[in-house]
Design a protein around this ligand. Structure first.
Ligand code: COA
Length: 168
């Protein structure tokens, strides 16, 4: 199947362009609530800055997702690599939800992690009411995991559903 989307490292020049794409109640409904515009852009700038030299072995991977046909910025995918695993996340413009772009984005991210990092498992956490996110994860092969004995996950909040998938 031909790819409909392309991926480039998120840069400061993408930040303002992402405001109308992702700064909305719908996008943030299950991921901490709507931030102010200032906090939204600050969060992106921090993500782009990365973890800093002290966090040895930790990598913050942030990619902008664009439509091949038009170049339109439609969302972003991210992964945090630490402790021999990666935690993934994905945010797309509600105007394009249900078109399969997040599915494509997650498969692309898996390939990128496989090619560049020696990790064997990817993890994702999601609010139990975030049905779209849960359905997406199951569709691309993630399996819901018991939360009693989790590795240390930066994105886990009490009550979250936790998913994992092998990369090998
Ligand atoms: C989660 C999110 C990325 C999914 O994006 P999307 O564009 O809908 O994803 P896709 O089109 O690839 O659909 C993936 C699957 O979701 C499921 N889905 C689609 N619409 C759905 C709906 N209304 N309700 C429940 N599941 C739905 C389907 O299983 C679909 O696969 P299918 O169309 O082949 O059946 C998007 O809703 C989003 O950006 N949400 C806000 C940010 C967020 O909460 N991110 C998750 C945590 S970081």
């Amino acid at each position: 199947m031909n790819a409909k989307t392309s991926y480039a490292t998120l840069t400061l020049s993408d930040v303002e362009e992402l405001v109308p794409v992702l700064h909305s109640e719908e996008v943030f409904a299950f991921i901490g609530g709507m931030p102010t515009r200032n906090d939204f852009t600050l969060g992106l700038r921090r993500a782009i800055d990365g973890p800093g030299a002290k966090s040895v072995g930790e990598h913050w991977i942030n990619y902008a997702v664009r439509l091949n046909e038009t170049g339109e910025l439609i969302g972003r995918v991210e992964a945090t690599v630490h402790d021999n695993l990666a935690e993934v996340a994905f945010l797309f413009n509600p105007a394009v939800w249900g078109c399969g772009y997040a599915t494509e984005g997650l498969y692309w991210l898996h390939g990128h992690l496989r090619d560049h990092y020696s990790i064997s498992t990817v993890w994702a956490t999601t609010h139990p009411k975030n049905a779209r996110s849960g359905a997406l994860l199951r569709k691309v092969g993630y399996v819901q995991t018991e939360t009693q004995r989790l590795p240390m996950l930066y994105t886990y909040d009490e009550g979250d559903l936790v998913f994992q998938r092998s990369l090998v």
